[in-house]
Ligand binder design. Structure first.
Ligand SMILES: C[S@@+](CC[C@H](N)C(=O)[O-])C[C@H]1O[C@@H](n2cnc3c(N)ncnc32)[C@H](O)[C@@H]1O
Length: 447
């Protein structure tokens, strides 16, 4: 690989004898991986590949973006070393979790796999276009308890002081671990780029700290190797916030400790973990985990979001619920124009925040009825719906390309049915006799 000017010299100095194998690893093949969604039904084909040893849901291998497994959110493609981050975070059910730099959603969907639709996951992305992709990935994964915000960390911090049990800052970085995957990353790199990124990371962490509650955990990660953005950033955090302590992280074969000499010599930094591409199968990452402990923290008043539905809207929703669902969903019903959402109960009343997804989209009010949403039909399991229709592989291809599917036999009662493919939901569609009308969202269609 042709490295940018200054890169080789820097790492020759830092890594000494190891530098050669480190540089050679950039010419090796990219390591691919995927995670299996524990909230969906996975076929044997997905779980027969080699397991990634340090993850709960990960496998080495490639799954096509056009496959049924990807389309129904049974898998999320993610390179192996990136899968260590949410594993280190491992949120517990019912926690309030923030993923502050979340798009496109690799770590968010992984965090959601631990939460299993309990508690609250707030996934934030500053760039509007990337926030849209984040929403798509979260919906495909069938996550119900996630609110997606499109905000600056500073504006978010004003709304959620000392609120979260766990915050992940998967920081924007100089992306040296992306060099093999993405040639463009080598083009952005300049000698002072790591330092510039480090400044931004400190700003983001400063806001993250305002949102972390006492006893809460902060997980910091990058996909770069530079000490400025890794050990030095953590050394800065520990100095700036004496209430933080580094927590040990279990290291698996091939993982390295953080290097104190690359920052201020603080031995605690060995608790951080480095994943190098010449030492293990993956592109490379850095992860640190810290806990906030203060003797006393004034509790902040919290106002939970209240429902804003009219009586008529509630009754339309109850009608759909009774007609299509086998269970009652919990949360706060909230409308944005004609769209109905189910917001996790722990979510707060918010003032002027840019929201890209206010929890689970339940449906759209149309004149005197409520049409169930695509997201709802993806998020629910077969057992949770009263009426469903399994499509064959061939019918799946017809459906995702936006066409009407014709059934061999007419169904008994017309109406909305949950569409299933290999047992997993792919939205709702209106079925009249033997015609399945196409309700697959236009933006997702494959032609
Ligand atoms: C490393 S990527 C996140 C990857 C993501 N966590 C995943 O696993 O799919 C960092 C993200 O930070 C966002 N970002 C850039 N500048 C930011 C800022 N000033 N504050 C917060 N996020 C920022 C980028 O748009 C990008 O989506």
């Amino acid at each position: 690989m042709q490295f940018p000017k200054g890169f080789e010299e820097k790492y020759r100095q830092l890594l000494g004898e190891e530098a050669g194998v480190f540089f050679d690893s950039f010419d090796e093949k990219i390591e691919k991986g995927y995670r299996v969604n524990p909230m969906k039904i996975a076929s044997d084909k997905l779980i027969c590949n080699e397991k990634i040893p340090y993850t709960s849901f990960g496998y080495f291998g490639v799954i096509s973006g056009k496959s049924i497994e990807h389309t129904t959110g049974v898998v999320y493609s993610q390179e192996p070393s990136a899968q260590f981050v949410a594993e280190v975070a491992s949120p517990k059910p019912n926690e309030k979790v923030l993923d502050l730099c979340a798009a496109p959603g690799g770590k968010t969907t992984h965090l959601a796999s631990f939460l299993q639709n309990t508690g609250l996951l707030v996934s934030n992305e500053i760039m509007p276009k990337r926030a849209k992709i984040l929403v798509e990935n979260i919906e495909r994964f069938g996550v119900r308890n996630c609110v997606v915000t499109n905000e600056t960390p500073k504006r978010l911090a004003k709304q959620f002081p000392q609120f979260f049990d766990r915050i992940l800052v998967d920081a924007p970085c100089s992306g040296e671990g992306m060099f093999r995957k993405d040639f463009a990353a080598t083009q952005y790199w300049r000698e002072d780029y790591p330092q510039e990124c480090a400044r931004l990371q400190r700003e983001i962490l400063h806001e993250a700290m305002k949102m972390l509650k006492n006893g809460g955990e902060l997980i910091y990660s990058t996909c770069t190797f530079s000490p400025e953005e890794n050990e030095e950033t953590i050394a800065w955090l520990l100095h700036e916030y004496p209430e933080l302590t580094l927590l040990p992280i279990k290291k698996y074969e091939g993982m390295s400790s953080g290097v104190p000499e690359w920052a201020n010599g603080n031995e605690e930094l060995t608790k951080c973990v480095r994943l190098f591409p010449h030492k293990m199968r993956g592109e490379g990452h850095f992860v640190a985990k810290l806990r906030k402990e203060v003797s006393e923290e004034k509790s902040k008043k919290q106002k939970f979001l209240k429902t804003n539905l009219t009586r008529e809207q509630v009754s339309l929703w109850r009608g759909v619920e009774q007609d299509l669902l086998n269970k009652k969903l919990t949360g706060t019903l909230y409308t944005f124009g004609s769209e109905l959402y189910l917001v996790p109960s722990e979510f707060l009343e918010i003032d002027k925040l840019k929201i890209a997804r206010l929890g689970l989209h339940l449906g759209t009010f149309k004149k005197n009825r409520l049409e169930p949403s695509f997201a709802l039909g993806v998020a629910l399991s077969k057992e949770e719906t009263k009426r469903h229709l399994e499509l064959s592989e061939e019918q799946f291809l017809t459906y995702v390309s936006g066409n009407t599917v014709l059934l061999d036999e007419p169904i008994h009662s017309s109406g909305f049915y949950q569409i299933l493919v290999l047992g997993n939901g792919l939205g709702f569609a209106k079925v009249v006799r033997n015609v399945v009308k196409n309700f697959y969202p236009k933006g997702l269609r494959v032609y």
